[in-house]
Each structure stands twice: as structure tokens, then as C-alpha cells.
Design a protein around this ligand. Structure first.
Ligand SMILES: Cc1cc2nc3c(=O)[nH]c(=O)nc-3n(C[C@H](O)[C@H](O)[C@H](O)COP(=O)(O)OP(=O)(O)OC[C@H]3O[C@@H](n4cnc5c(N)ncnc54)[C@H](O)[C@@H]3O)c2cc1C
Length: 633
């Protein structure tokens, strides 16, 4: 049995990394470590990347994952998102022209097209007649703190490689910096701005508490140094703080939020979905400039220590999730125009040939009826691109309007398009929840009373450095079986094996697996939330936390605790052909009919598949008891 230890939130330092480099863009992955003992100038010149950093892993970096109830309440009372928004409204005075304008590309900002901060930075650079420089800061401590998966980091690096090419074509230097410890990251950026005599900084904001606090610091440094900081909303269709209840609060129930959201959107379409203009190229002469020319020659980064993928996994990710804006747009285009396919299970290229033109039967038009089916590619699989910002969420909306030929965004959820738009609105909704109620990202349930729920068998969620110290996670048997996909419940096992292999799994599969962990196994939702983040390529704190707290019945607008999924009946509905289970659970490859979803013990034994590790109806009774009276056995 486990009760989380409550401790005040805080940041400890300092995890230190070294990088390896991708030797050439898109070439076979080959690692080499960065030079040691060189000056910053020498390092920059040798590699084209700013690699100044200590090089050993310092296992003292162990950020606290669960805040005390009091600390969380204090942050909820004064959410940093709205402090930043106050600053944005105030703005900063116009400084001297300086010698460059900087666009600081953020972790989930990986595109050139329809990027508000980049577009505005370009406009300003052109207006004041100085070059535009792009900056990306790799911050391994942040990746540890947010439990970023190696697959996600690899996807970021692959996209940075394509961005290097795109920026080069625009003659825009792209400066990639690695920095640790994260608490001095703003100072590091300002040191760079000073070196380049830059007086204008542009960036899109991120909505996680740590990142908002960092940007508050960035703002203060801007004021101190007379460098104008310009921040933008770019992640959502409608940014947090706009869709409010009559009491002026953030919504905690989705249906009224959705009604307000679709009305607000359709009444201000231009404002919310207008495409930000493309950045303009710098003068070509910058390619020869002594300071900048090295940046144009920088090789692409291959991996970050502690987040490497083995070659097999890396190759699989490249096939399943091709990098770059063009690929993302093509995947969107396929979803809008082609039919569902059952051949897309596993590590296959989403753009491989054979997709039939859909006309009235395209995946999006059929979405309302097929979206819960995981044995086909019924959903868009765009979360990977949306969560990294490779694809603009506004582009998704605009393209649905082209498809329907309407001047309004489809708000009727009984149509395929309307139902899909509702999913995009869920993404906005959860970003809003994170912004208004940051407690949810501090390891606290939205409903504090559920912090008392008695959990079983557990892995300590605070222990974020275990793998860097070579220590094993301390999972109990049940938790380990869930993670490995060995629970004896085929749909849960298929979901978990798919997650491990692909870094992505269908929404319904996520729900079934999460509900099973929290209600059948009665294991703390934070264990699952963290494990998902450590494995997902589309990991997004707001959506992941929202999904987990929904399933655990602890969050905003949750699944009521007494509505516990029966994984076997869920399985029959979500995988009617059984193809999903047969693909991911090869032990059951030859099984046909309803037994596939619930194999009897004798069949399981014969096929070398585990028997069910828990009886669903008994587990259900235990969960009902513990949720009804949090704190009681
Ligand atoms: C336990 C759990 C954890 C989750 N973790 C994440 C996560 O880390 N990152 C993530 O992007 N989504 C997460 N989701 C939401 C959802 O499962 C994925 O967005 C979806 O499966 C992605 O597949 P798709 O792109 O084919 O979705 P589609 O069905 O095509 O939907 C289109 C887009 O809408 C958004 N969306 C869809 N459903 C949701 C939802 N329930 N909440 C928020 N946004 C949604 C996504 O951006 C998605 O790409 C989670 C859900 C659950 C239940």
C-alpha cells in the first residue's frame, strides 16, 4: 500500500550532460562526443554548435514531483500563466535597433510555417534593418523534470535537422545551444543576446509551470538589460484565459466550455485561425559573415546523453513518424481525403502507398463512427506533430474548412468533421486547465480529497534519476506486469505493448490501460502518468495529465469513479476484428471469436500467455470502496 510523501515543490540542481552529434543531416546515425577542454569560441567553431557544458551526469538533479497541498494551492491562487499575460499586455518600450533580432524557438514550436513569434520577429528584423537569428536551447534538466521520452527527444532532434535546412535556405542562422543547469537558462540566453548585440527577443510561450516561471525571469532580465521581450500564444486555437465561465473562471466542465469555444471561434475566425506570414529571408551576405557563417555549417545533432535510442528503435521511429512540416501536412491531407486502412498497425510509414481516395468515406468524414476503433487507422495520428508544434493547429482547422467548403468551423459533433474539431478543442481545454489550475501539473489531483485514496503496489514517482544512477525502478509485480503488457487482459496488454513499441497508442487504448491501472490494479495514477510520458512520442503534460486524471476520476470533468470500464467489453467494441490484439499479442495470433478478448485460463496456459492477474469484479468492488471513502481500505 502506498501513500505519496508530501513535500514542498522546489528545484534542485544540477544534471549535466554531454551531447553526441549527428554527423550529417539525415545520414546514418553515428555518434561522436563533443570536444572537451576547449574555449567556447573554439567549441563553436569546431562543431558549429554551442557545446559549452560540463560533461558528467550529476545525479543530484532530482526535481520534486509532488508538491504539498499548500504549495499547489498557492500556485493556483496566482497562476503564472496570467502573470505572463499581464506582461504581454503591458509590453516593453522600443529599444535601440541593435544588431540582430532573435527568435527563440521552444521545445514544442518546431516549425517555420504559421509560427506567430517567428513571423513577428521576421517582420521586426526587416523593419529595423537587422538580421533575424533563430535560437534553440536544449535543456536536458527540463527533459528529466518533465519525464520526456527518448523517442520524443529523438523526434525533436530529427525535426531540428530539417529546420536547419529550412533556415539555411532563408539565410537565417540557427543557433542550437545546450544548457545545464536549467535554473540559469534565462541568464545564458541573455548572455548570448548581449554577445550578438540583440535588443529584440521573440518567443512563443509554453504553459507548463516551470516554463512560465522561466519566462517571468526572462521578462525581468529583458527589463534589466533593456532588451525587448515579445511573447506570443501559438499552441492553441484559442489561448487560455479567453474562454471563461460567467464567474470569470477557467472551465472545469467540457460541454459548456465547448459551446463557448465554438461560438467564440466562429465569431472571431480571422483572429484565431489566420495564418501567420512566412518569415522573410535574410540577405544572402550573412552566410559569409564571420560570426554567423559557422552556424550555417553546423552538423545536425544525433542524440542527447541519457535519451539515446538504440538503432532499431531509432529506425522504427523514423519510419513511423517521419520528421518535418511537409510530412506533417501530408499526414493531415491523408486523414482528410483517404479511407481508413487496417494495414497501418505497427511500425509502418503513415505515407506509404495504397491509401484510397475517400470522397464521402474519408477517415475524417467517418470519424464520428470509427474513432473508437483501434484495429484501423481511424484517427489522424497527428498528436505527434501537434504536440511538437511541427504542424499548426490553425492549419488543421483551416483545412477542415476547405474540405467542408464552409466559412464557419464545423460545430456539429454529429458529423465526422465536427466530432474531430471537438477533439482539437479538448486539447485547448486541457491547456486551459493547466493554466488556470496549475496544481494538476504539480502531482496533485484536481479534487484534493482524492489525494487520500489508498493505492496499492507502487513505484516512487519522485525518483526521477534512478535510471541515470543505474538503479532499477522499484515497481511491484502488478505494476511491472502492466508496463510490460503481461496482465492477462489482451486489450490492456496490446495497448501497453503498442505504447512501448510505437511511442503512441490510440486514445481508447490509453483510456482502457489507464482505467485498468487506476481502478483494477488500484495503482496511483501518477505512476501511469509518468510512465506514459517516459514512453510517448506525443507526450504533452496538459493532455496526458488530463487523460490520466479523467481515467482516475480525480480530475476536472472526470469519469465518475463508479463508472469503471470492464476491459473485456471495452475490448469487443474497440477491437471488433481482433486485429489490434492479434498484432500486438502474438501469443494470441491464432485465436478467433470472443475468447480472444478474454482467454480462459486453460487456453492462456496452452498458448504461453499469462492468466489474468486480477479478477475484474473483485477489483471493481475494491475501487468503489476506496473512492467512495478516500483514506479507507
Ligand atoms: C491517459 C491518456 C493520456 C494521454 N496523453 C496524451 C499526450 O501525452 N499527448 C497528447 O497529445 N494526447 C494525449 N492523450 C489524448 C489522446 O489520446 C491523443 O491525443 C490521441 O490518441 C492522439 O491520436 P490522434 O492524433 O490520432 O487523435 P485524433 O483522434 O485524430 O484527434 C486529433 C487531435 O486532437 C487532440 N486530442 C484528441 N483527443 C484528445 C484528448 N482526449 N485530450 C487532448 N487532446 C486530444 C490531439 O492533439 C489529437 O492529435 C491522452 C489520453 C489519455 C486517455
Amino acid at each position: 500500500m502506498f501513500r505519496p510523501t508530501l513535500s514542498p515543490t522546489g528545484l534542485l540542481s544540477c544534471q549535466i550532460y554531454h551531447l553526441a552529434f549527428r554527423t550529417s543531416v539525415m545520414s546514418k546515425r553515428q555518434r561522436s562526443t563533443s570536444p572537451v577542454g576547449t574555449t567556447r569560441e573554439e567549441e563553436l567553431n569546431a562543431s558549429g554548435h554551442d557545446v559549452k557544458r560540463p560533461r558528467r551526469v550529476d545525479t543530484r538533479f532530482n526535481p520534486i514531483k509532488i508538491a504539498s497541498a499548500e504549495a499547489a494551492a498557492a500556485v493556483d491562487a496566482d497562476p503564472p500563466c496570467f502573470k505572463i499575460q499581464e506582461y504581454m499586455q503591458q509590453g516593453m518600450p522600443e529599444p535601440d535597433v541593435g544588431k540582430a533580432v532573435f527568435y527563440w524557438m521552444r521545445f514544442a514550436d518546431l516549425r517555420i510555417t504559421d509560427n506567430r513569434a517567428l513571423s513577428q520577429a521576421s517582420e521586426r528584423a526587416r523593419a529595423i534593418g537587422v538580421p533575424l537569428v533563430a535560437l534553440f536551447v536544449l535543456s536536458p534538466q527540463d527533459y528529466i523534470a518533465h519525464d520526456r521520452s527518448p523517442r520524443r527527444i529523438d523526434f525533436v532532434l530529427r525535426n531540428l535537422a530539417t529546420l536547419q535546412i529550412s533556415f539555411r535556405e532563408l539565410h537565417i542562422p540557427f543557433h542550437i545551444v545546450t544548457h545545464s543547469p536549467r535554473k540559469t537558462l534565462p541568464e545564458r540566453v541573455f548572455q548570448l543576446l548581449k554577445e550578438y548585440e540583440c535588443n529584440h527577443l521573440f518567443a512563443n510561450i509554453e504553459y507548463e509551470v516551470d516554463e512560465l516561471r522561466r519566462d517571468i525571469r526572462v521578462w525581468k532580465l529583458g527589463e534589466k538589460h533593456g532588451i525587448q521581450v515579445n511573447l506570443f500564444h501559438n499552441k492553441n486555437i484559442i489561448e487560455p484565459g479567453v474562454i471563461l465561465t460567467k464567474q470569470g473562471k477557467g472551465y472545469t466542465v467540457y460541454s459548456p466550455y465547448w459551446r463557448n469555444w465554438i461560438d467564440t471561434l466562429n465569431s472571431n475566425l480571422d483572429e484565431y485561425i489566420k495564418e501567420a506570414p512566412q518569415p522573410l529571408p535574410n540577405s544572402e551576405s550573412i552566410m559569409q559573415d564571420k560570426r554567423f557563417s559557422v552556424l550555417f555549417k553546423a552538423p545536425a545533432l544525433d542524440s542527447i546523453a541519457g535519451f539515446e535510442l538504440n538503432d532499431t528503435d531509432a529506425a522504427k521511429m523514423e519510419v513511423s513518424w517521419p520528421a518535418g512540416e511537409t510530412a506533417a501536412k501530408q499526414i493531415l491531407e491523408r486523414f482528410l481525403n483517404t479511407r481508413v486502412r487496417s494495414s497501418q498497425l505497427g511500425a509502418v510509414n503513415p505515407l506509404n502507398p495504397g491509401a484510397q481516395n475517400g470522397e464521402k468515406h474519408s477517415r475524417i468524414l467517418k470519424y464520428k463512427d470509427t474513432r473508437d476503433q483501434m484495429d484501423k487507422d481511424s484517427t489522424s495520428r497527428l498528436s505527434v506533430y501537434l504536440s511538437s508544434g511541427v504542424l499548426s493547429i490553425r492549419e488543421c482547422i483551416r483545412q477542415t474548412m476547405v474540405l467542408t467548403g464552409s466559412k464557419k468551423v464545423e460545430g456539429n459533433p454529429s458529423s465526422g468533421v465536427g466530432r474531430w474539431i471537438q477533439e482539437l478543442a479538448w486539447r485547448d481545454f486541457y491547456t486551459g486547465v493547466l493554466s488556470h489550475y496549475p496544481r494538476v501539473s504539480m502531482g496533485r489531483p484536481y479534487f484534493e480529497k482524492y489525494s487520500e485514496v489508498v493505492w496499492e503496489d507502487h513505484q516512487v514517482p519522485q525518483d526521477s534519476v534512478a535510471k541515470h544512477e543505474g538503479r532499477e525502478d522499484v515497481d511491484g509485480e502488478m505494476c511491472r506486469r502492466w508496463k510490460e503488457g503481461m496482465t492477462g487482459v489482451p486489450i490492456v496488454d496490446a495497448a501497453m505493448r503498442c505504447l512501448r513499441e510505437m511511442g503512441w497508442v490510440h486514445n481508447r487504448a490509453r483510456m482502457i490501460a489507464a482505467m485498468y491501472l487506476t481502478k483494477d490494479l488500484m495503482i496511483d495514477w501518477r505512476v501511469g502518468e509518468r510512465y506514459f510520458m517516459q514512453n510517448l512520442i506525443d507526450g504533452d503534460l496538459a493532455s496526458n495529465n488530463g487523460g490520466w486524471q479523467w481515467c482516475a476520476s480525480t480530475g476536472v470533468d472526470p469519469c465518475p469513479y463508479f463508472r469503471i470500464f470492464n476491459p473485456h467489453t471495452q475490448s469487443l467494441k474497440a477491437d471488433p476484428t481482433g486485429d489490434f490484439i492479434r498484432h500486438w499479442v502474438p501469443e494470441l495470433q491464432k485465436v478467433r471469436g470472443p475468447e480472444l478478448h478474454s482467454p480462459p485460463a486453460s487456453m492462456a496456459d496452452k498458448l504461453g500467455y499469462p492468466r489474468e492477474i486480477i479478477d475484474h469484479s473483485q477489483a471493481r468492488d475494491r475501487a468503489l470502496r476506496r473512492f467512495k471513502n478516500p483514506g479507507e481500505e
